[in-house]
Design a protein around this ligand. Structure first.
Ligand code: LMR
Length: 342
């Protein structure tokens, strides 16, 4: 009999999962539950490494009853497609950037895209590891999606073919952004022309001049080799980019309880791992870009950083059409940040 791997989608086939012994008492190999985990970044990024770590823990601890297939670098799906694939059950697990939940109909996640909203990972964790983060994940349930965890990446720098010391330097530049309306507002606030592109298309768009610049944490900037096609990365650190790990809800609910418990624990440990490596990976990436000799790293003086902040503050007022004011206020209360007091 040909062995066939069960790719468990919407209607999880409960039969066969617990059958160690087949007809007539003859031992029969179990078919593993397959979790396809698709993502768009390189394996040597915080998200890429955490996905691989989750795979290792999940497979070891379930003793092979679960097989996690990780597909990095948009191999399987690009940004927009992966969300659809998850809802259809063609893929079971994703970790999209928080800036990509708007098209799913949960625009509150764009909160994380607000400029300068978190000054440090410590401030960020007050939200992602606290009650506000938990409530936000709950909002996904109406979309048949379950939010399991937040994984860190880091703070974004802006790049172009010139240093961007002042917000005025970005004026008129075509800047690639993720599919977030807040990021659109942010770029318009500084006079740039925002252009939404899938992550997998950015390198070529920079190379051919379809866009002039972009924003991303250094770990993505380095691993996607944007330094080969950008002359300067300015340490604007003007916003945060991180992830929510999500699963198809029916799939997750249909898992045998012991497996789900083991996977929940593996996810908790993968999350700790992700959040531990993120900071160092981003620091290392800055050095790696510097060492490449191809792209200048431009630091900002405190007065220049303040000018950037002031230029972006108007976004907070406009953003209330996407992120409820009460939610923003709750975040300000938790972190101590107040855009009106800059
Ligand atoms: C981007 O599109 O810039 C990021 O979302 C990529 C990622 O997943 O880190």
């Amino acid at each position: 009999m040909q062995r066939r791997q069960a790719v468990i989608g919407l209607g999880l086939a409960a039969t066969g999962l617990g059958l160690g012994v087949g007809l007539g008492g003859v031992a029969r190999a179990q078919q593993p539950i397959v979790i396809k985990f698709s993502h768009v970044v390189a394996p040597n990024t915080p998200k890429g490494q955490a996905a691989d770590y989750f795979k290792k823990l999940a497979e070891e601890r379930t003793q092979g009853r679960v097989k996690v297939e990780v597909y990095p670098n948009s191999q399987l799906y690009k940004d927009k497609e992966e969300m659809e694939a998850l809802q259809l059950g063609s893929v079971q697990m994703l970790a999209p950037s928080l800036a990509k939940f708007g098209p799913l109909g949960v625009k509150e996640f764009e909160l994380f895209d607000l400029p300068y909203i978190f000054d440090s990972y410590e401030e960020l964790h007050k939200i992602t590891l606290g009650p506000i983060g938990k409530d936000l994940l709950k909002k996904l349930e109406s979309k048949s999606v379950l939010g399991l965890a937040y994984w860190d990446n880091g703070f974004k720098d802006m790049s172009a073919n010139k240093p961007l010391k002042n917000p005025a330097d970005v004026k008129g530049l075509k800047m690639r952004i993720q599919s977030s309306k807040i990021l659109d507002m942010e770029m318009r606030a500084i006079g740039a022309i925002p252009q939404v592109l899938a992550f997998s298309e950015v390198y070529q768009a920079l190379q051919t001049g379809v866009v002039d610049g972009t924003e991303n944490p250094p770990s993505n900037f380095y691993t996607q080799k944007f330094f080969e096609v950008q002359k300067a990365m300015t340490q604007t650190q003007h916003g945060y980019l991180g992830y929510a790990v999500i699963v198809n809800q029916k799939f997750w609910d249909g898992l045998p309880a012991d497996i789900r418990k083991t996977l929940d624990q593996a996810m908790a440990e993968a999350t700790e791992f992700a959040n531990k490596v993120a900071r160092k990976d981003n620091d290392d990436a800055v050095e790696a870009v510097r060492k490449s000799g191809k792209c200048q790293i431009v630091a900002l003086a405190p007065a220049e950083r303040l000018a950037w902040k002031k230029a972006m503050v108007p976004v907070y007022r406009q953003a209330q059409s996407r992120v409820p004011k009460e939610l923003m206020d709750a975040v300000f209360k938790a972190t101590g940040f107040n855009p009106e007091k800059l």
